[in-house]
Design a protein around this ligand. Sequence first.
Ligand SMILES: [Zn+2]
Length: 327
Amino acid sequence: MLVRPASGKKMLWQELLRHELLTALEQQPVVIVPVGSVEQHGPHCPQDVDISIPYHLAIETADAIDDFPVIVAPPVTYGFTHYNMGEVGTISLALETFIAVLCDVSRSIWANGFHRLILLNGHGGNEQPTWSAAVKLAEEDVWPVALTYWNMAPDELLAWSESDEGSIGHGGEWETSLQLHLRPQLVDPSRAVKDDWRLKFGPEVGRYAHFPERRREMAHGVMGDPFVASAEKGERLFRVLVDRLVALCHEYHAVDPRNTVSLAATVREHGVASARIGVDSCSLPRGTRPCTWGGSAHLADRVKSVSHLLASSSIPEEANKSAVTPP
Ligand SMILES: [Zn+2]
């Protein structure tokens, strides 16, 4: 599932060098954490549908924004999906474990100084738990924005549905379309089946009252109609979702979240220490596009001024080291 943008732009948290993270910190970066699940998606789709979609959305969004850094954190691949255990392939976390993982990941990113954080969820069972994690974190002044991708385009989903009436379903019209757009080689349409929705309340009451899912009770573990899925529909929806996420990142970048005492401020205050990690971007691996938000000119200036400071600095080396050690 691990993909990089075709452009080669560096954006994956785990691949960035330390000086690139520090440079990003000075430019009001946004970090996106894709959140998903590994679970059965009917006989025709792979197990990682729900993490692959937010992951691709995050990468496309980061690739589309050059004005400021958008960094994609390692995805939270496992989710809360006990009700899919009835079919082979599902791996679920306990609810408490899932929320604890989201909270620990968010706290860590926040503690590194990144205070614009999006938890981008792609699995229905994670929706309320992801929001709960965000609310829990807010109590300690860690403020991620939690959202589930299909809620970014409810009108389009409803207007463009041929069968599933605006629902993202499960291996149905829309998830299958998105997979056909993103990863057609992993879909086997010859195995597709259609399951009827199982209404527990009538259509009117069912609009506002629901049971939580227990064991998924569709005959084939599918919700919706994959026979009306197409790569073209998947691409159309994907483009709208990327546009919405790009808009969110721009607004998020522009706001000033509370408690912005960040590592960047520490680095500014003890700027001389950044020489320890200052490397010109020409040393990046061949064929990779450097972070456009940390261009070589900027870094070259930084290294030059830091080198000058170093030459005249009387700050002990150990003090420099502690000044840039992330909390
Ligand atoms: Zn799904």
